[in-house]
Design a protein around this ligand. Sequence first.
Ligand SMILES: Nc1nc2c(ncn2[C@@H]2O[C@H](COP(=O)(O)OP(=O)(O)OP(=O)(O)O)[C@@H](O)[C@H]2O)c(=O)[nH]1
Ligand SMILES: [Mg+2]
Length: 314
Amino acid sequence: MIRHQRTTPPDAAAPARATFRSGFVALSGRPNVGKSTLLNRLVGSKVSIVSPIAQTTRMIVRAVARTLDSEVIYLDTPGVHKPQFRMNREMVRLARAALAEVDLVGLMIEGPEGFGPGDAYVLRLLQEARTPAYLIINKIDALGRKALLPLMAEAAKRHAWDEIFPVSALSGEGCDELTAAIRRRIPEGGPLFPEDFLSDLPERLALGELIREQVLLRTREEIPHSTAVMVEDLQRNAKGEVRVGATVFVDRDSQKGILIGRGGEMLKAIGSAARQAMASSLGTPVHLSLWVKVKKNWRDDPAVLRLLGIVTTE
Ligand SMILES: Nc1nc2c(ncn2[C@@H]2O[C@H](COP(=O)(O)OP(=O)(O)OP(=O)(O)O)[C@@H](O)[C@H]2O)c(=O)[nH]1
Ligand SMILES: [Mg+2]
């Protein structure tokens, strides 16, 4: 579990507050539209990994954004796609279930791509779930101004959105307006989590994700999708330094060779970048040992998927 570092003292001297509101908001949509990027921005901390590879996020991650009078629990969800393996079926199942579990859905599309056939399917799922929804048109930094109005008009025809927000999760443009509207829309109610609680992602999974992020950023074709990371060893010494031992699983022998690279260069680069990311996330020096193992068909193996935190049922 990841916790917020407390930066401000509890403000006993604050003026009388408006009604406190708290609620759950799912960030949903096709792969790669920027759900995880937006989640990290809205909670002000890097909780979910981000990459240009579709299907980066494999499980639901809940993370909290607080103000004096609100607590919003955002759910990052896997992108909805046509599932090929057991892992992907589970990812889509989780994404679908999240639509019905929350007070509000933030359905995301990416502005430059507009609506595609995949969005029509997500919209059907949303309509089945009957949850109120904001449409979030992301990546407006990469969208010509002239293209926005026709896209908003098209969006209004497709669904009875509560509101539509053009944003850039990357630059932050439009995000304040979005969060203010989200806080207005969630129900009245007290805080649900302790003040220093940031995310429900267990520490081992979070560290494994930082390793997987480096694999995604450095490999191509089928390798990103064929890779899983398991943190098998996690220890702290008396000085607070952390020792991490992890295995990167791939599907085939040829992929193992590519991940290790000539003279071990690729694995060294992945390990070094991941170690730095872990050190900055934990705020302490990290020693990382990485192994690569072939585990054929792991994406269809329920035992592996359970260990990875992807399969949560059965
Ligand atoms: N230009 C631009 N790129 C963005 C923006 N938001 C996200 N991206 C990029 O889009 C890519 C995908 O971002 P993610 O946040 O991983 O997307 P996702 O929807 O979580 O993807 P999945 O987890 O695969 O479903 C990354 O390369 C991001 O840097 C944005 O506002 N503008
Ligand atoms: Mg994601």
